[in-house]
Ligand binder design. Sequence first.
Ligand code: NDP
Length: 259
Amino acid sequence: MYAPFDLTGKTVLVTGGNIGIGLAMGQALADAGADIVLWGSNAERNECARNTLAASGRHVLAQRVDVTDEAAIVAAMAEAIAEMGRIDTVIANAGTGGIATPFVETTANDLRRVLAINLDGAYFTAREACRHMVARARMGDPGGSIVLVGSAGTDSGMPRFGPYAASKGALAPLMRSILAEHARHGIRVNLIQPGFIRTEMTDHFREKEKTEEWILASIPQRRWGHPTECGGIAIYLASDASSYQSGSTITIDGGFLAS
Ligand code: NDP
């Protein structure tokens, strides 16, 4: 039977997997048969998400990890590999929008905080995933999918979100660098760029009537995306259906960037 989207026997790690887009991806992946490792810095949210995903009958490991802490990422990845046996796909999704601030008023702290979560976090998560996948390749078992989560906003301009734009804009070159070095180990790297998706991160946009109006006018589909609408692409990139897909930037934005 041809079932390239069947994830049975595969393990996927999703950072920022306890709410929003990450949780929706985790749910979709578990429903498609994957075992899940989820990371988040909030233990209560992790437990709640773990229980939700475990209802699918899959093996779910929730780990409390602050992705700004390189040593914590190294330790958690090692623990996850030891418990799950292997990790086939890593989705570096954890992120923060930062606080809307006029560019000329941003401080070093504003910049450092956002870069630490969105860039350092994705960088070291991808590095640890890569180390594991390279080690496996050297044992004769090449393969692995790394997914970075950027933002459609980096291609459109993001007034008052300079640190966010800078942090997410660095991910495409990072993707190209990793895949140029590690395609020979069978590792694929892709970048997802969500547009406007209804989550806790974007709550504050919706509270402002004018911003909400502008956003809806900018999206050809005239609506926000739902986190579940990012689930399908997670399944695809974790599955054998995407075996020749690497270096792609995939936008999920209701037509926002194209219009
Ligand atoms: P949410 O705010 O809903 O979720 C953010 C997730 O990141 C949470 O699980 C949170 O877990 C985790 N996280 C934040 N900081 C850390 C940290 N220091 N260590 C570990 N985990 C952390 O955001 P979304 O679901 O909306 O966003 C998910 C990704 O998609 C982000 O990278 C975001 O930039 C990107 N994106 C989202 C868009 C949207 O419209 N929603 C648009 C474009 C991109 P915890 O609180 O437990 O730390």
